[in-house]
Design a protein around this ligand. Structure first.
Ligand SMILES: *[C@@H]1O[C@H](CO)[C@@H](O)[C@H](O)[C@H]1NC(C)=O
Ligand SMILES: *[C@@H]1O[C@H](CO)[C@@H](O)[C@H](O)[C@H]1NC(C)=O
Ligand SMILES: *[C@@H]1O[C@H](CO)[C@@H](O)[C@H](O)[C@H]1NC(C)=O
Ligand SMILES: *[C@@H]1O[C@H](CO)[C@@H](O)[C@H](O)[C@H]1NC(C)=O
Ligand SMILES: *[C@@H]1O[C@H](CO)[C@@H](O)[C@H](O)[C@H]1NC(C)=O
Ligand SMILES: *[C@@H]1O[C@H](CO)[C@@H](O)[C@H](O)[C@H]1NC(C)=O
Length: 412
């Protein structure tokens, strides 16, 4: 099953395969594909990722326009992000079949749209006014368009009561708010957005460590960030400071996924996802788990809850979480009583992100012990990568480990 028709790249593809289990009630792409008159509208639902969001909703009405109507919209040379807002205004969050449209109580109704649901619609601009007009006509207009019902109902395209209704209207509803320039994702300042909304400590840490660059590099291709709230990150700060520079970088990158996940996508998917810290054998992955409205992120060490949405706009989503995500890779197991073979030293690289541009190595000075964390917060033994990408050993234990390996080799 293809979840992201427009997604490219192997990372997106492999994540796709990992996130299984979606049961969409309908497929707007295949509904619209039956009529070539709607091919441009259909194409833009896919390009803007609206198709995925539509498929995961129930009780929804799509107001489509023919290719002529879309040409008028496209002639305005709006950015894809603005086009997404305009098309979101044409997705009504209620079920309107042809019959219901002609029998609206009191002859007029305001209905919320997906534009309203994005949170970027000012005032009531995310609502559409539907009014029964003289002669059996039904008028449609953006609520913010001064009572101007500039579009009319043409025909019903497909009705699956009460899951999805697709209707054709005469033209794209004009809305100055939906057509307003939308900042493209490259103009987004992730850290200042987080700082303003309760994740200042995490944002400041991203800036200070240089990890911010890796997040920025992933904006265009799609990015989901889980930012721990200020209290959560403050509580974790002593442990954070105990990490090596490399460990700090990995921990921060562990809070980003190089794929855009809207809230509906998170709520309907369970599975393991790679992160910006994933680097070959160093998995640095975690599990997204949903239970109704609640979405949790489970590492082997902690389970964090998503507590809010700071931004959910293709191709970037930022959510707040109530705990710092700690990857098992940064927490070494407590020493086992039996002498285990020496672990193969893993040489950490300065960049763990699957990006083309490697982020600069972290500039944070090493102020504390380079010991990795252990589950109980005690410094652990074994190996840990230092900030030069080398490997540092605890001398005495290293000797014991080497001797055990030699002994094992002799015994075999
Ligand atoms: C409507 O959606 C529900 C839930 O996905 C599904 O069980 C049901 O079969 C759908 N109804 C129709 C008529 O397709
Ligand atoms: C929806 O239908 C289109 C075209 O028929 C297909 O390419 C796509 O994979 C389908 N999407 C889902 C989620 O099944
Ligand atoms: C219809 O109009 C009546 C009288 O003005 C009002 O009480 C009622 O709430 C309206 N119903 C709806 C659905 O708007
Ligand atoms: C919808 O617009 C019409 C025409 O401007 C207006 O008369 C009506 O009151 C509006 N309906 C609602 C529910 O605001
Ligand atoms: C984001 O804004 C902060 C301060 O507002 C600034 O320090 C930082 O350099 C900006 N980041 C980018 C990528 O522009
Ligand atoms: C940090 O490391 C020091 C020295 O290894 C240790 O004493 C301390 O308990 C550690 N603190 C935390 C919060 O892990």
């Amino acid at each position: 099953m293809q979840l992201f028709p427009a997604a490219t790249g192997t990372i997106a593809l492999s994540l796709l395969l990992l996130l299984a289990g979606v049961t969409d009630a309908h497929n707007i792409t295949s509904i619209l594909a039956k009529n070539p008159d709607f091919s441009i509208f259909n194409q833009f639902l896919t390009l803007t990722h609206l198709a995925v969001e539509i498929n995961q909703r129930e009780t929804i009405t799509i107001c489509t326009v023919d290719n002529g109507g879309m040409s008028d919209l496209l002639s305005k040379q709006l950015s894809i992000y603005t086009i997404k807002n305009v098309l979101s205004l044409h997705v009504l969050l209620d079920y309107f079949g042809a019959q219901k449209l002609h029998q609206i109580t009191n002859g007029t109704a305001l209905t919320a749209t997906m534009f309203q649901a994005t949170g970027s619609a000012p005032g009531s601009s995310g609502f559409v006014n539907i009014t029964d007009l003289k002669g059996g006509k039904v008028g449609f207009g953006a609520e913010s368009n001064h009572g101007n019902l500039d579009a009319t109902f043409v025909k019903s395209v497909e009705e699956i009561p009460y899951n999805i209704s697709v209707i054709q209207i005469s033209k794209i509803m004009a809305s100055a708010e939906a057509e307003a320039p939308t900042p493209g994702p490259s103009q987004l300042n992730l850290t200042s957005l987080m700082s303003k909304q309760g994740c200042k400590v995490f944002a400041d840490t991203l800036v200070a460590s240089g990890a911010e660059q890796t997040f920025d590099d992933n904006i265009v291709g799609g990015l989901t960030v889980f930012c721990p709230t200020d209290q959560a990150f403050k509580d974790f700060m002593p442990k954070y400071k105990n990490l090596t520079a490399d460990g700090k970088n990995s921990l921060l990158l562990y809070h980003g996924i190089p794929v855009y996940y809207s809230m509906p996508m998170l709520k309907s998917n369970n599975g393991v996802v790679n992160t910006l810290a994933t680097d070959g054998a160093n998995n640095y992955d975690f599990t997204i788990q949903n239970d109704g409205e609640l979405v949790t992120l489970e590492t082997k060490i902690v389970t964090a809850k998503i507590t809010g949405t700071l931004l959910d706009k293709q191709p970037v989503a930022i959510y707040t979480i109530d705990k710092v995500l700690v990857p098992k890779e940064l927490v070494k197991a407590s020493p086992t009583p039996t002498p285990a073979p020496a672990p193969a030293p893993k040489v950490a690289k300065s960049s763990k992100a699957p990006t083309k541009h490697a982020p600069p190595p972290p500039q944070v000075p090493e102020s504390m012990s380079p010991e990795p964390m252990s589950p109980d917060g005690e410094p652990a033994d074994q190996t840990v990568a230092d900030d030069n990408g080398g490997v540092r050993f605890n001398g005495a234990r290293w000797t014991v480990a080497v001797l055990s390996v030699l002994l094992l080799t002799l015994l075999i």
